[in-house]
Design a protein around this ligand. Structure first.
Ligand code: CMC
Length: 427
């Protein structure tokens, strides 16, 4: 018998198996807890709960480590490409040259969307938030691809996954084009995944679009940095939605809805807005004081993380990429100076030290995205585009897991106990 955890509640002592992963904390397998004790666990926000077995991504929040299929994020961001990381996440191993070419070509050939789907955009106001548009149009994909929705069939799952990864750039670029009143551009199969996205976003039919190699590389790296992040809120949402057997396009739309919130993917938009509001470095102390004030709801956006209690390794790469993009585009931005100074002051402040609050991936990403030319409202859309690969890889892993069940948490009920209905005239 392996390790056991002993729970004593009242008179009863119950043993639960302790399961070991390849690395990281062991888990107490409490699946039989209710059957054996009549009690539930209580863990709002799931701070101590492992919801599934997964072999995709590992995070050591204390050490600031992030691994995809074992490979450190820093190495992937510096040496790999988004297509290769997508293959890795989906298939478990790095591809050989032939496998990567075939995968990239398959994704490229799925980038077009059904012409009818583009009509959906016209139903939105031009000033709609592009994340609202993305929730709608990605959900609408579920009405178009009926030939790949037998989720029990691995081949169908693969086709849906490829379609989602391939069509996100087309849909995201169209959301942007619609908001500025320019015509949609069709994908160009001669370009890379990322180059194609940049052209569909910033190109116009009237002239050739000139791709800037440094911008293409930075964008690809940003996609890598956002590709997957273990069982975060939006990934758990996709898994929960998918656990009922729902259509994968609809599940990813649910993930997009969750990602939109400012505590999650929406933080990159909020972080840049905050830095602009701070304006100049002399105003920083005032905002730090506000962030520390319990009576003020203001938080330093792009700071803190549920899992990282150290520097987010993605923020390290992101900060370096800001410099590279600025050098390549020969631009500077005072907001970057404000961000660097804010980081320095916060990291030396007792409040942030004690609570282990460090910059996260969103702190610097907005500065690069804005230098590339994206409006703040598009930031979270880019996050969604990249995270789609993580969502579909996690969804596939869940559906193939024999232990998979519909996700159905329980509760601690604190409402009224049974009482009889009183007709309205007698109340
Ligand atoms: N500024 C000021 N105080 C903070 C901040 C912050 N950014 N983040 C956490 N705290 C404080 C918080 O007030 C609390 O203090 P106390 O213990 O005195 O009540 C303590 O630190 C712990 O915070 P928490 O909210 O209980 O921690 P959490 O794990 O539930 O929240 C978080 C994590 C990311 C939602 C939070 O740090 C936050 O709101 N950060 C700002 C938003 C942000 O940057 N989000 C992006 C996350 S990374 C990208 C992604 O994965 O989506």
């Amino acid at each position: 018998m392996g390790d056991q955890a002993k729970l004593s509640a009242g008179e009863t002592v119950t043993n639960f198996p302790v399961l070991k992963g390849s690395v990281g904390p062991d888990v107490i397998d409490i699946r039989k807890l209710y059957g054996q004790t009549g009690m539930f666990t209580f863990d709002p926000g799931f701070t101590s709960t492992g919801s599934c077995e997964s072999a995709l991504t590992y995070i050591d929040g204390e050490e600031g480590i992030l691994l995809h299929r074992g490979y450190p994020i820093g190495q992937l961001a510096e040496q790999s490409s988004f297509m290769e990381v997508s293959y890795l996440l989906l298939n478990g191993e790095l591809p050989g040259k032939g496998e990567l070419d075939e995968f990239s070509s398959t994704i490229t050939r799925h980038t077009m969307v059904h012409e009818q789907l583009l009509q959906f955009y016209r139903g939105f106001r031009r000033d709609a938030h592009p994340m609202a548009v993305m929730c709608g149009v990605v959900g609408a994909l579920s009405a178009f691809y009926h030939d790949s929705t037998d989720i029990a069939d691995p081949e169908h799952r693969k086709i849906s996954s490829h379609r989602l990864i391939a069509k996100m750039p087309t849909l995201a670029a169209a959301a942007y084009k619609y908001s500025i009143g320019q015509p949609f551009l069709y994908p160009d199969n001669s370009l890379s995944y990322t180059g194609n996205f940049l052209r569909m976003t910033f190109g116009v039919p009237a002239e050739e679009y000139e791709l800037h190699p440094a911008v293409e590389q930075a964008m690809d790296r940003i996609f890598i940095l956002h590709a997957d992040h273990e069982q975060n809120a939006s990934t758990s949402t996709v898994r929960l939605a998918g656990s009922s057997g729902a259509n994968p396009f609809a599940c990813v739309a649910a993930g997009i809805a969750c990602l939109w919130g400012p505590a999650h993917g929406g933080a990159n938009e909020a972080a840049l807005n905050m830095l602009r509001e701070i304006g100049t470095p002399d105003k920083i102390p005032h905002f730090i004081e506000r962030a520390k004030d319990k009576n003020d709801p203001f938080r330093l956006m792009g700071f803190g993380h549920r899992v990282y209690k150290n520097y987010d390794p993605r923020a390290t790469v992101m900060q370096k990429t800001v410099r590279e993009v600025f050098d390549a585009l020969k631009v500077t931005n005072p907001v970057f100076e404000t961000a660097l100074r804010l980081e320095e002051l916060a990291l030396n402040d007792e409040y942030f030290i004690e609570k282990k609050l460090f910059p996260n991936v969103d702190f610097y990403s907005g500065i690069i995205l804005s230098a590339i030319g994206f409006p703040t409202t598009m930031f979270t859309v880019l996050f969604a585009l990249a995270r789609t690969v993580g969502w579909v890889a996690q969804w596939n892993e869940m559906i193939s897991d024999p232990a998979q069940k519909i996700g159905r948490p329980r509760q601690l009920y604190t409402g009224p106990v049974k009482r009889d209905y009183t007709p309205i005239g007698k109340r």
